[in-house]
Design a binder for this molecule. Sequence first.
Ligand code: CDP
Ligand code: MG
Length: 891
Amino acid sequence: RDEEEHEEEDKKLRSSEDEDSGEESDLSDEVVQKTDSEDLQVLIEEKVEERKEHVEEEKKSENVEMQKKDECKPAVFIPVDRLPEIQAVRLQLPVLAEEQMIMEAVRENECVVLCGETGSGKTTQVPQFLYEAGYASAGGIIGVTEPRRVAAISMSHRVATEMNLPDRVVSYQIRYEGNVTENTKIKFMTDGVLLKEIQKDFLLKKYSVVIIDEAHERSVYTDILIGLLSRIVPLRNKKGLPMKLIIMSATLRVEDFTENKKLFRTPPPVIKVEARQFAVTVHFNKRTPLDDYTGEAFRKICKIHRMLPTGGILVFLTGQAEVHSVCRRLRKAFPYRPNREHTDSMETEDGKKSKRTRKKKNVSLPKISLDNYSALPVDEGDEDRQAGIDEEDDEGSDLELELGDHPDAGQVALCAEEKSDPSIPLYVLPLYSLLAPEQQAKVFRPPPPGARLCVVATNVAETSLTIPGIKYVVDCGRVKMRFYDRVTGVSSFKVTWISQASANQRAGRAGRTEPGHCYRLYSSAVFGDFSLFSEAEITRRPVDDLVLQMKDLNIEKVVNFPFPTAPSGDALIAAEKLLISLRALEEPPRRGRFGELERAGLSCPITPLGRAMAAFPVSPRYAKMLALGRQHGCMAYIITIVAAMTVREIFLNYDRPAGSEEENSKMAGKKARSAQMRRVWAGQGQSLLLGDLMVLLGAVGACEFGGCTPQFCEDNGLRFKAMLEIRRLRGQLTNAVNAVCSEAGVYLDNKLAPPTEAQVLCLRQLVLAGLGDHVARRVQAEELLDPKWRNAYKTPLLDDPVFIHPSSALHKTLPEFVVYQEIMETTKMYMRGVCAVQAEWIPKLLPEYCHFSAPEENPAPWFCPLIGRVRCHQQSTFYRVGWKLPSIEMD
Ligand code: CDP
Ligand code: MG
């Protein structure tokens, strides 16, 4: 029946597509000429046929090799020379007990779903089973995708160590780096890396097995990969190039993969690994602190450490800033001194504040029972409350910078007050995505003898990594997520409640080696209100980049793609509209412009420009700038601007409280110097109009001339790690540009001379061409009805005023028209990355956003429905103004 239903579905897809797009597309020779639309499977087959001609020879030899491998597979056993102590640890892992069952299922099925508790050994062991069974012995690679860079790196190291193989055999590849060689047999990578590879080689011929790890995380790329592989794997097998797919997941909602008829015709078998999980006693807070959960977490850790038997503590917080702040406070409260006795008196260190807090505490904290504790007094002025909602876990931060002392006397005193047994030191470690690998690795090593391990982590520790020896979990119940408003395009980082599934997963981390305890910093009533499962990421973010990538894979009708969870129709339409306006997709048959799009069922084919854009590893708006950037020698500049816009927080933040007066004045000095440097980089005249993007360009240029050293960055208010990342990204984008367009001939010179005036003009137009839907117009004096609109800008989609941030280069200039990189909502709606544009460019570069009217009908020559009427003084000559400017090639 399933088979029938599936066929039925397929037929429907095909017939609806036939109705929808009858038009012949007008693509250039390098692009596949397609007249009929087919369903994904047919598309893939077509693509394969087409490739076949070019690579017939290559394939033949591979084919033979692969078949040879398949024939001899059962007999093959590749011995691995593991160290005895490693082997002993491995044998403890629950997944080892299931090896035979797993390997049988893999042999007999194209796709297998493997689920088991985090820590049961899926990630580290399954690639080894496959290796030993010969899946990597005939030239095929065992590929493993991870949604997080941390996991890709640390797992490849771990597996290499376990197998006693060098990293050129067990390797990793993430966005900027990797150690993959010709000898690589097991390759850990981020899911984005594999998606890019599919674009180059649709059949993933170099892989014999693909493992999609952490599928329960439902990252966008993971979801798409599963959709694509659900078609690629059967096709490979049909073509005699056997391939296996293994989807690995924690025990969460596997039905999305197995019972989704669009995905797999026959539901893949599910193998469950029964992990030895000890009982975890869950303790709820009576009260749920709404603000000060980091303070609450800190106090809880102190109590656990002082009152409960040995065993590691794992704390879940939401972001880097919080992690470091709590680490700092813990280190201060329980200084870890390996060779000295722990007789440190907080009173002498923290003086007055300490006494004050103690007084308060004596009243409310007599003998706390951990199972039944009530609310603790919350100290006012806790800096954590302001701790960055503006930083994502994934963004780099300088560990060394953040480890400095911090005046947290009040909170510390709380801890020091109850004279606990100070003989056990607390060994405090931070853990988050972008922490340097050496730092991360520390959590896997046993703590120093006699010390208690305390890992303060973001939700990276929820499923990706398993830390040995954890007995106590402290769960703040929150996670930091980027929220994106589909309609307005405003994004913000918000801390939100986790789901029940996540909460239980976090609790489970406590019962790995013995019975454990989980302290939830929220009440059971609040827990009851949590959603059951976390939403898949694909439903929460814009999908324009994905739609472009899929179109580049010739999947025209994105709505029909077998997503494990489909993004909303709205999001798909928004993405398609944006891509059409960027001219990455062909316009649908006229008649009411976008209105038609909904009816056309989102099946606009990709344009040659779109293909060029899809080759760049940046979002379509930036890709458009790169695709056009060849003119007037602007390429190197636009690459730099795009790279810098993609990297967050390139400037050091001097706004945190420093402490002593001397430190404060030092900080103020640095801040002034940084502001001054930004003014220098912004320049004057034409360059100033490039605004914040000129500042980025100037900063990168200056930094490269200065040799890009940590000292230079420190002296000039730049974040060293961000500058290194920009440099890497510039290299990568330069290669991509040269690959897409051989005549571009850009070579990467790290040093950049300042752009000429003509170039700046051109750069502003390029930026407008990419960020066309991010135009804002200054509200004019006569329109000013409400004082809240003073110095405000009006944007197409927001009813509320938006502003140029005081730190922006254009804060004083207030140009009439600007484009912005994004709007972040903090105290007000602020535009980030602002650049001034000229009204006259808009109808030329972005005609789809304008209505043109005959001059006699309307005194204004054109009207942009998104931003209202635009004053254009050279009414009848704006077109001439338009083409006198450096030309922009649009297609
Ligand atoms: O993938 P899954 O969560 O099922 O487990 P895993 O990541 O393969 O981890 C299996 C075991 O290896 C865990 O108990 C970890 O503590 C341990 N491990 C380790 O000690 N060091 C690493 N770098 C990675 C894992
Ligand atoms: Mg794993």
